[in-house]
Design a protein around this ligand. Structure first.
Ligand SMILES: C[S@@+](CC[C@H](N)C(=O)[O-])C[C@H]1O[C@@H](n2cnc3c(N)ncnc32)[C@H](O)[C@@H]1O
Length: 244
């Protein structure tokens, strides 16, 4: 099991594989007042930036699970670079089937709320690895403005709520939202536009690769999807949740 190669090409230059910027990730880590020595499980951890930087800044220890062997290799290299390799562990596997042997103080799933089927299912999955009284961190999309049908079709749509709708859903699931860091258009540009240059450079270097037609069409599609629909209509945030 591995992530298809076109994702790895598209996100080759990213550290955070979501539309929040590194500074916002740091803001969130500081805002949560994480206790040194606390434990964090990051489901679908990508390149491990959250775990590695928070281990360095806040003294947490943790585990990340992801299906991408390429992203996990980057995560391990980042942990070594930041001097936290003894505090973080990265595991290859399906995070949708992962339950920690030791429940964690914080369980995160940032931008992969499909791993438990949908957002409520992912919250229930995360709970199975959470200590009593622990905190969930859920990174998820919402509509910033009422989308035209074309935007719903072009993006994912079905399970996407407004921001108040997201907060109401967390209430219905039994949680208070106790922190929120939201992406803005600048963050969306960093996430989307950085992938365009990565794809373009890869195409220039690999014109005859069997993936070249797919990457060519994704590069064209993604520029227009971003400026037409993603940038004006789609919000994204990390919600910190404590059980009521
Ligand atoms: C949008 S990225 C977010 C990565 C990371 N949380 C971050 O914020 O940088 C989604 C991640 O989910 C991973 N992924 C997708 N399905 C998965 C699964 N079933 N189990 C584990 N990881 C998965 C991908 O490999 C990718 O790293």
């Amino acid at each position: 099991m591995d992530l298809p190669k076109h994702f790895v090409i598209r996100e080759s230059s990213h550290r955070v594989l979501n539309p929040i910027e590194s500074a916002q990730l740091a803001t969130l880590g500081a805002a949560l007042r994480l206790p040194a020595g606390g434990t964090l499980l990051d489901l679908a951890c990508g390149k491990g930036e959250l775990l590695c930087t928070w281990a360095r800044e806040h003294g947490i220890t943790g585990t990340g699970v992801d299906i991408s062997t390429a992203f996990l290799a980057d995560a391990r290299a980042r942990a070594a670079d930041l001097g936290v390799a003894d505090r973080v562990t990265f595991l290859h596997g399906d995070a949708g089937a992962y339950v920690a042997a030791e429940p964690a103080d914080v369980v995160a799933c940032i931008g992969a709320t499909w791993i438990g089927g949908d957002t409520p299912g992912t919250v229930r999955l995360m709970e199975s690895s959470l200590k009593l009284g622990g905190m969930l961190l859920v990174g998820d999309v919402y509509w910033r403005a009422d989308p035209p049908p074309e935007a719903v079709e072009a993006l994912f749509g079905a399970d996407c709520l407004s921001l108040p709708g997201q907060v109401e859903r967390f209430h219905e699931l039994g949680y208070d939202v106790v922190e929120l860091v939201a992406a803005d258009e600048r963050g969306w540009d960093r996430y989307a536009a950085a992938s365009w240059l990565s794809m373009r450079r890869w195409l220039d270097a690999n014109p005859d690769d069997e993936l070249a037609p797919e990457i060519r069409s994704e590069l064209t599609r993604s520029q227009l999807q971003h400026v037409r629909w993603q940038r004006p209509y789609l919000g994204w945030g990390v919600f910190a949740l404590l059980r009521r």
